[in-house]
Design a protein around this ligand. Structure first.
Ligand SMILES: [Zn+2]
Length: 220
């Protein structure tokens, strides 16, 4: 079973790359947010337990999270392995996950860290602009409007949400990066870490990730 952990800050393109890797390697893309929602929707015992925390805005305890992930990895489509996206989020989760995998005679094959500098992350995350009248979404660099500051569709003014202001983004990132870097450290200590420069195009990052997994990056 190939257990591959993908690590990256918000804005690093982790979800996109997880999808690319999953397709290329024929493994399911296991995004922690999705499987929580699925477990809750399906009303599994763990899903119900998780929802008691989520409903009151509390953090789901690690053992519940680990249970949900383990149950997902026990499904038939994950027999050959999985690409994990969004888990583990903390060193404690990474350690508990190692123990759970070891109990099945398994281990994390590779932890792939998509590294993007903090200022570049701020630039990506703070670039979003929303049109005032209908909420059409643009991005200063990734999806600029044809006319600066104006919506292509209805011509209304584009504005930046408070949530997307650089200082807000920077503060949010600071809180998110510390636990993520602990996870990076954990896998470095386990000698399974590969760091990939994420400050490149989606295709280039995807090829670098495949190379880090020992898979030829050329298309089939
Ligand atoms: Zn618009």
């Amino acid at each position: 079973m190939r257990v591959i952990v993908l690590i990256g800050a918000p804005g690093a393109g982790k979800g996109t790359q997880a999808g690319v890797l999953a397709e290329r390697l024929g493994l399911p893309h296991v995004a922690s947010g999705d499987i929580f929602r699925a477990a809750i929707r399906e009303g599994t015992a763990l899903g119900l337990e998780a929802s008691t925390y989520i409903d009151r805005g509390a953090l789901v305890p690690d053992e519940v999270t680990l249970g949900v992930i383990s149950a997902r990895l026990s499904r038939p489509d994950a027999r050959a392995g999985a690409i994990l996206d969004g888990f583990p989020r903390t060193r404690a989760q990474a350690e508990a996950f190692d123990r759970a995998l070891a109990g099945r005679g398994n281990r994390v094959e590779r932890a792939l860290y998509i590294e993007v500098g903090e200022e570049e992350l701020v630039r990506r995350l703070a670039g979003r602009r929303i049109c005032r009248s209908a909420g059409h979404v643009y991005h200063e660099t990734a999806k600029p409007p044809r006319r600066p500051g104006r919506c292509d569709i209805d011509g209304s003014q584009l504005e930046q949400r408070d949530d997307d202001r650089p200082e807000t983004v920077r503060a949010r990132l600071a809180a998110q990066l510390a636990p993520m870097l602990d996870v990076v450290d954990h896998y470095r200590g386990r000698d399974v870490l590969a760091v990939v420069d994420g400050d490149r195009s989606i295709d280039e990052v995807g090829r670098a990730l495949l190379r880090a997994l020992g898979t030829a990056p050329t298309a089939r």
